[in-house]
Design a protein around this ligand. Structure first.
Ligand SMILES: [Zn+2]
Length: 284
């Protein structure tokens, strides 16, 4: 895949249907018409699309030069102490990656797990061990043409501070971080403000993972409301209370010549806000 910066939405907002479209298989066309060359479809609540539909989505994406990514089910939990439950999580990871390969997509975004009643270090130990097994299955099934992209999380109980994610990603080149800067801002209690705040995270990541993987990372961007426990809910870009702002990040992306896929996860206006993110980037 050519290394260019891409913007796109996580799913369809109302404007897509208002424009006369009915089905997500046509989203790549809508996206390309609006200068967006990425599209993320979420299997967060389960695999709701048939393989045939996924192949059609992939063909439409290819025709429109749109790069597909999928979001894995939210119920994956590699920190579940029960091994049979972990096995189920493995199967959801593999199934999603098979789907992604069928769609000709690249990044498969996953929430690694939540610590529940475990100590943090025990949860991390379990995830670490299970990731080794998952990687083995990925390679055994020739799915290493896709990236598995562990996401930085917004609630403290979820494993996924940016340092934890970077640590896991050190295991293998196909583990590519998903920086959800809205989530990171939640766990930093609004600490993502200046370009230097973003730079700090990217520099840390480059030091640990090398330039290439960080340059081509996956990014989720939205403003998110938070409390002392972390994330509460996603907002649209017009929020001016919680942040984070995209401008300071856009500046660094340009300065570092980065070519990530940037997905807008705004609450209702993900398509419109993906366009806005792109405009902000172009102006910076
Ligand atoms: Zn996510």
């Amino acid at each position: 895949m050519d290394e260019i910066i891409r913007f796109g939405p996580a799913g369809n907002s109302q404007i897509f249907y208002d424009d006369g479209y009915k089905h997500s298989i046509d989203a790549p066309k809508w996206c390309a018409e609006h200068g967006l060359y990425a599209y993320e479809y979420s299997f967060g609540r389960g695999f709701t699309m048939s393989l045939d539909t996924i192949k059609t989505l992939g063909e439409n994406a290819k025709r429109n030069n749109v790069l597909i990514s999928f979001h894995a089910p939210y119920y994956i939990n590699l920190a579940n102490p029960a091994d049979d439950m972990a096995q189920k999580s493995f199967s959801y990871i593999i199934k999603g990656m098979e789907y992604l390969k069928s769609a000709g997509g690249l990044d498969y975004v996953v929430h690694l797990g939540t610590q529940g009643k475990l100590d943090r270090k025990d949860a991390i130990y379990l995830i670490d061990k299970r990731l080794d097994e998952v990687l083995q299955i990925i390679y055994d099934n020739n799915l290493d043409c896709c990236n598995l992209c562990p996401e930085t999380m917004g609630k403290y109980m979820q494993v996924g501070s940016y340092k934890e994610i970077i640590d896991f990603c050190k295991k293998d080149d196909i583990l590519v971080p998903t920086f959800d800067f809205g989530h990171i801002n939640c766990t930093l209690q609004g600490g993502l403000k200046t370009s230097d705040d973003y730079k700090h995270i990217l520099d840390y990541s480059i030091e640990k993972l090398g330039e290439k993987r960080v340059k081509n990372c996956h990014i989720h961007f939205s403003k998110i409301e938070y409390s002392d426990k972390g994330e509460i809910k996603h907002l649209n870009l017009d929020d001016n209370v919680y942040g984070p702002e995209f401008e300071p990040l856009a500046k660094i992306l340009k300065e570092y010549n980065m070519t990530p896929t940037i997905i807008s996860e705004s609450k209702e206006r993900m398509m419109e806000d993906a366009i806005t993110l792109k405009k902000i980037f172009e102006k910076s």
